[in-house]
Ligand binder design. Structure first.
Ligand code: HEC
Ligand code: HEC
Ligand code: HEC
Ligand code: HEC
Length: 182
């Protein structure tokens, strides 16, 4: 191949990669658990808001604000308190590293592991029209997990400084928040 042809091929590959990356990384804005809860709190819907509020996930940020957490961070050689360390925040909350433009008024990092940590940032799928159409919602950022256990163990694993074990069935039973059968 001539040098210019090679160069052209190379540039084309880079452009394609950049395009695909852009598609992949379409960023949606966070709206906050209370905003999801507007529609996901009734008995008929399955009380997802209350179930989440009562779960350890809602307190996952708080768990980083204790002396115990700071001691763990220090032991790991971190120079910042746990609640300010990206190394800890990455499994204990969402949005801490997002552009300010992607953080809705009602969104709180302090809500810890929240609806949008698991289901994707909701600004673009939150409308009733889109939410009622699962395929459309997924196109607009909703994440539905087929392999639930694999998803859970993306955080519940030995990289967690306090990790002991993860028993999927028992742990899912503690946070299950299904829509009741009609
Ligand atoms: C305007 C009301 C509304 C808001 C706001 C809303 N939802 Fe929904 N959501 C719905 C409705 C309606 C359904 C469909 C329920 C059904 O199938 O019975 C749904 C379904 C879902 C499903 C199930 C998808 C499936 O079929 O597997 C998930 C997950 C979900 N919503 C998460 C969220 C999250 C997370 C937020 C906040 C970012 C949110 N919703 C905000 C109304 C809403
Ligand atoms: C890979 C994900 C992950 C990372 C990284 C992580 N955690 Fe956690 N953390 C978890 C999970 C999951 C739990 C709940 C059960 C467990 O320990 O596995 C948890 C629980 C905790 C608890 C509560 C334990 C208790 O019951 O008292 C504290 C405190 C904590 N983490 C501190 C930290 C600190 C400090 C850092 C940063 C140095 C950190 N975590 C980094 C996932 C993580
Ligand atoms: C720790 C992760 C996690 C959190 C936090 C979480 N969910 Fe889910 N949720 C799941 C998983 C996993 C499923 C089952 C598979 C799926 O639909 O993704 C699910 C299912 C659902 C469903 C569908 C239930 C059904 O019967 O089809 C709705 C609706 C839902 N979640 C809404 C919410 C709302 C609203 C919040 C916040 C108040 C929330 N979730 C918080 C992980 C989570
Ligand atoms: C984004 C990271 C993350 C994901 C994903 C995640 N968790 Fe957690 N989970 C945590 C953290 C952090 C804690 C500790 C919160 C605390 O102690 O305050 C925790 C605590 C828990 C607890 C309470 C402590 C315990 O071990 O009994 C249960 C139950 C739990 N998670 C179940 C699940 C299940 C089931 C899934 C998958 C559907 C899941 N989690 C996905 C981060 C995560």
């Amino acid at each position: 191949m001539s040098q210019s042809k090679l160069l052209f091929t190379f540039a084309a590959i880079i452009l394609c990669a950049a395009f695909l990356y852009g598609q992949e990384a379409k960023k949606h804005a966070f709206i906050g658990a209370e905003s999801c809860g507007m529609c996901h709190k009734s008995e008929k819907q399955g009380k997802q808001l209350d179930i989440w509020k009562g779960s350890a996930h809602a307190k996952a940020y708080e768990a980083l604000t204790t002396e115990k957490a700071d001691a763990i961070a220090k032991e790991k050689g971190l120079k910042t308190p746990a609640a300010k360390s990206p190394e800890c925040l990455k499994c204990h909350t969402s949005g801490h590293d997002a552009d300010a433009a992607l953080i809705g008024k009602k969104f709180k990092v302090e809500d810890g592991v929240q609806c949008e940590t698991c289901h994707g940032a909701g600004e673009d799928y939150k409308s009733m029209k889109i939410m009622k159409d699962k395929a459309e919602a997924m196109k607009n950022g909703l994440i539905v997990h087929e392999e639930k256990e694999k998803f859970c163990t993306s955080c519940h694993n030995s990289e967690s400084p306090t990790f002991k074990e993860f028993n999927y069935d028992a742990q899912w039973a503690k946070i299950k928040h299904s829509i009741p059968a009609k």
